[in-house]
Structures are given as C-alpha cells and as structure tokens.
Design a protein around this ligand. Structure first.
Ligand code: BGC
Length: 320
C-alpha cells in the first residue's frame, strides 16, 4: 500500500492529512492559516504540520510516496505559484521549497481542482466522467473534471471561474479587477452584502445575532436570520443565491458537465441553499426545458475533499 500526504491551504485553515492509495484518510489535522502572514511563516507551519500528522499516524517521511498541495491560486506545471490573490502570493516556487525541506516529491494543484478530484475519486462525483466543482469560501474556487482527470487548461495553471467578469464595472475583487464572479458570490462577498444591508436596516434581527457588533458577521448570520423570517436577511440570501445561480448557469452552459458539486461552509445550509440554487440554475441556463441543466449537489467529503484530492495528485498524473 502506498501513502500520500495531502495539504489543503484554505483562507482560514491549512488542513493536512495522510491518505492511502485507496483514498482513505488515515489521520488529519488543521492549523489556522493566518493569511495575512508572510509566505515563509505559512510554509514553516505546513512543514511542522506534515511532521505532526505523520506522528499521529505512527509513520515517518520514509513511508510517504509524495506530498500534494492544493493552493488557492494559479500554479505552473513546474511547481510555481503564479498568484494566490487571497494570500497575497506571487511567483512563489512552492514545490521546490517544500520538496527541499521535506525531501519528498511535491505536486501542486489549484485548491478547487484538488477538491474536485477528491470528490470524483472518493465523494459525491464517484463514477462521474465530467463534473464541475464550485467552492464557496474566502474566494470562489472552480474545478473541472474531464474523463476522470483535472482539466487544468493548456498551461496547467488551473481554471479560474471565480474571476470571470460577472458584472461590467462592478465590485472591486481581490485580484484587482472589477466585477468578478467571486466579488459577488464568495463568503467574503456575502459578508459584505450582509453588512451593507444591516447598515441600511437597523431593525434587522441580524443585529441581535451579532450582539450589535457588525464585525462579528459571518456567512451563517444572514441564513440564520432569514430562517427567523427577517425580511432584510431573506432579501440578502435570495439575492446572493440568485447571483450564484446566474454565474453557475453561465459556466454550465459553457462546459456542460454531468454534475455540479458545491463545496465550502455555506453549503452547510443544505436544502435552504441547494433547492433555490437548482431552481435558479435552471432559470438562467440555456434551453433548460430541452436540455435540463445538471443537478447541483453538495460535496460529501466536506473539508476532506481538498486533502484527499491533493494527496491523489500523483496517482491522477500516473493514470493514462
Ligand atoms: C483563486 C483561485 C482559488 C479560489 C478559492 C480564487 O480567488 O484565484 O485560484 O481556487 O480563490 O480559493
């Protein structure tokens, strides 16, 4: 049996796991990302976490075939991070650094591509030939699986559906452009939309949910208040889901996957999100009566998808 390490670098946590070749997670741990820190500090934490998770699993580096890392940004085939907007990284030779620090082969992939691969090899996309994964987090991740493998574009850098221009001259995105899909549909965007609505509506029940402190707003607050029938929150949630549906329908029309897999914390809202999202995708997609859009389903591996997919990068590259 071969064993792999998977690392998923998220905006909030860095998650590290030991995964076997059957894609079982043996042990995992996570540490806070501290996304505003320098890359060196994050790399030190990743190295320490790899050693710590191996200790938990009763293993050493000698038991491991390779390390896969899911990076929240664009990567090159030779192991550089070109840009990770939500970490402030540009041109970082991460593969070389991690490989020389741990003495193992290192594979890099985009975080959403890794999550998509994880779901297809071990989660909701099992037996699916083509799938689109959308992750709702600090940013919007998008992963395409074609013929069971990651489609990462002709340059191998990964696709960036979070940054297609969704609204001409719209909200400023972390990447520096205006109107990106991510600037309307990430968890960060939902928090911004919620705060604006609260400022305009001092009577909203959302104020009580955050003890009057607008800095405590997270992506769950508008959903919790909407379920309490707060009109302001219901409007925020409905608008947010509509944005999401419209963008996903555009991606679906372009790519026509068999399945859309939704990941990220906001998906914990379950049917409250997924039912109107599916209705919205149908509303916005082309010739929906003749060619019904694929179902959008929740990822079943949760946060493990990114770790398992990163760990599976080597095996996926070996596949013919
Ligand atoms: C990045 C993507 C990443 C996504 C989710 C976006 O801002 O550009 O590469 O997959 O955030 O982390």
């Amino acid at each position: 049996m071969r064993y792999f390490i998977g690392i998923d670098i998220g905006g909030t946590n860095i998650a590290v796991g030991v995964v076997d070749e059957e894609k079982n997670m043996l042990k995992k741990l996570s540490v806070p990302t501290g996304a505003d820190r320098k890359a060196d500090a994050l790399i030190d934490d990743m190295v320490a976490s790899v050693r710590a998770v191996l200790e938990l699993a009763g293993m050493t580096l000698a038991d491991i075939s390779s390390i896969g890392i899911g990076v929240p940004g664009a990567v090159t085939q030779d192991g550089n991070v070109i840009q990770a907007v939500n970490l402030g990284w540009k041109n970082l030779p991460l593969q070389e650094i991690m490989s020389s620090r741990l003495g193992l082969p290192v594979y890099l992939g985009n975080d959403a591509d890794c999550a998509a691969l994880g779901e297809v090899v071990a989660g909701s996309g099992a037996n699916c030939n083509s799938a689109l994964m959308i992750t709702l987090g600090t940013g919007i991740g998008g992963g395409f699986i074609v013929n069971g493998k990651i489609f990462s574009g002709c340059t191998g850098q990964g696709t960036e559906p979070g940054h297609f221009t969704f609204c001409y001259g719209g909200e400023l995105c972390g990447c520096g452009k205006r109107g990106c899909f991510e600037a309307y549909t990430s968890a960060t965007a939902l928090i911004r939309q919620t705060r604006r609505a609260m400022e305009k509506n001092p009577d909203s029940k959302m104020w009580a949910l955050v003890d009057g402190d607008i800095d405590k707003v997270n992506g769950k607050v508008p959903f919790d208040a909407a379920k309490l029938d707060d009109g302001t929150a219901r409007a925020v949630v409905a608008q947010y889901i509509d944005y999401l549906a419209m963008g996903i329908a555009g991606i679906v029309d372009t790519f026509r996957p068999e399945l859309v897999i939704m990941g990220g914390g906001i998906c914990n809202q379950g049917d409250y999100l997924m039912i109107p999202l599916n209705e919205g995708i149908r509303k916005y997609s082309f010739a929906a009566d003749e060619f019904p859009p694929p179902p959008a389903v929740r990822a079943t591996l949760g946060n493990d998808a990114g770790i398992i997919g990163a760990a599976a990068l080597q095996m996926s590259m070996e596949k013919k």
